[in-house]
Design a protein around this ligand. Structure first.
Ligand code: PLP
Length: 393
């Protein structure tokens, strides 16, 4: 077997030296405060059974997709799922991708063109950054959830692209795309979407929202944009099925024209084997379950979020946490070594909670990331926070 080149060995040595070497964890039987299975649907047996029924009912039985969606992989369940998603999430059209990573890379590498500009929140997910890097548009970040900074960057971009600064018709065809997340994956907070929509309306920009951590939770099992009634103002939404929906895969919601464009130009859709029919049936089954039995799960999660925040206040821990009303809560513990040791302590006590190290987050902003679920008990929440409090004391 070939030896790893010295340059790569030294990169690994550097990671070891600053306590940030990643490794794959072993599954352990601990109380789950780490997975993205917010509603507990990944472990819902009824969805497994419904998946099997849907597979037997629809189209030719096939274990694998057998090809790209553009060739032999577009199983009869795909159009069913996409029309369901469009209706459920109040969109003109939906296009399913193999994962949220693929959806973002496909969108951002193909939609913004040379001469366009992409403005992204500085904490945006890696998949969006990777997609932007693969494309030809210029890009700038704006400060996290900072509308003033966004306004400034929009004005600068309009000047740089020689576009009128009002909403007058444009003298050239440069476009500005603005992208944010409805619930941030590493902070659990949300942008103020209404004024952001207003900026896009006033300045003629296209808004794209990654709804990965909101899918299936807000707006009665839809997403945050639906809950806020903003769907007509959004150019594209990315929803994912690997988190609250308990499965795998993703979709881009937008117009029929956008869907046609992506089918023609999004390379992460074109040049890959499609999701297996079993996965597609699993997504449909999850949504059917959510529609018929999901209300209790959603209420359970929202109650646990409320209880978590109440306990933080009671224990005087608010200043250690990033403010959040979502399923993701982060306790800032600066330093890779320090955050790893608190995580180790909680793991020993029987809780599965993960440290987020730099460089995944900025140095000094290392954190413990608590993911809350519908199935966590109030006692589990109270006792893990007491354990944290004792440790910090
Ligand atoms: C905000 C955001 N977008 C996209 C993704 C990627 O989704 P997937 O896990 O389906 O590839 C993630 C996953 O962590 C995410 O947090």
């Amino acid at each position: 077997m070939g030896k790893l080149p010295a340059k790569l060995e030294s990169k690994l040595a550097e990671r070891s030296a600053n306590q940030s070497l990643r490794s794959l964890p072993e599954e352990a039987d601990r109380v789950d405060f780490s997975s993205n299975d917010y509603l507990g649907l990944a472990r819902e047996r009824a969805i497994g059974k419904k998946t099997k029924d849907l597979l037997l009912l629809d189209g030719e039985w096939r274990r694998g997709a057998s090809g790209s969606r553009l060739l032999s992989g577009n199983h009869a369940l795909y159009p069913k799922l996409e029309s369901f998603l469009a209706k459920h999430h109040n969109s003109e059209a939906a296009l399913v991708f193999n994962s949220g990573y693929d959806a973002n890379v496909g969108f951002f590498s193909s939609v913004p063109q040379r001469g366009d500009m992409v403005l992204y929140d500085e904490l945006i997910h890696a998949s969006i950054r990777d997609g932007i890097k693969m494309g030809n548009a210029k890009s700038y970040k704006f400060a996290h959830n900072d509308l003033e900074d966004l306004r400034t960057k929009v004005e600068k971009s309009l000047r740089a692209l020689c576009l009128p600064t009002g909403r007058q018709s444009r003298s050239n065809d440069s476009e500005i795309y603005i992208v944010t997340e409805s619930v941030f994956s590493m902070d659990g907070d949300s942008p103020d979407l209404k004024p952001m929509v207003q900026i896009c309306r006033d300045k003629g920009c296209h808004l794209i929202i990654d709804e990965a951590h909101a899918t299936g939770i807000y707006g009665d099992g839809r997403d945050l944009v639906c809950k806020m009634g903003l769907k007509d103002e959004i150019f594209a939404r990315i929803i994912t099925f690997g988190k609250a929906m308990g499965g795998h895969g993703a979709a881009i919601l937008g117009s029929e024209d956008l869907k046609t464009y992506l089918i023609n130009f999004a390379r992460s859709l074109i040049y890959t084997t499609a999701l297996s029919p079993h996965s597609v049936a699993g997504i449909l089954a999850s949504y059917h379950f959510l529609e018929s039995n999901g209300k209790d799960h959603i209420i359970g999660l929202l109650n646990n979020i409320e209880h978590f925040n109440a306990q933080i206040r009671e224990l005087g821990l608010e200043k250690n946490f990033i403010e959040s009303n979502s399923a993701i809560h982060c306790l800032i513990v600066p330093g890779n070594q320090q955050v790893k040791s608190l995580a180790g302590h909680l793991q020993q006590a029987g809780y599965n909670v993960k440290p987020i190290l730099s460089p995944t987050v900025k140095g000094g902003e290392e954190r413990l990331r608590f993911c809350l679920h519908a199935f966590n008990t109030r006692e589990e929440i109270t006792s893990i926070l007491k354990e944290v409090k004792n440790y910090l004391n």
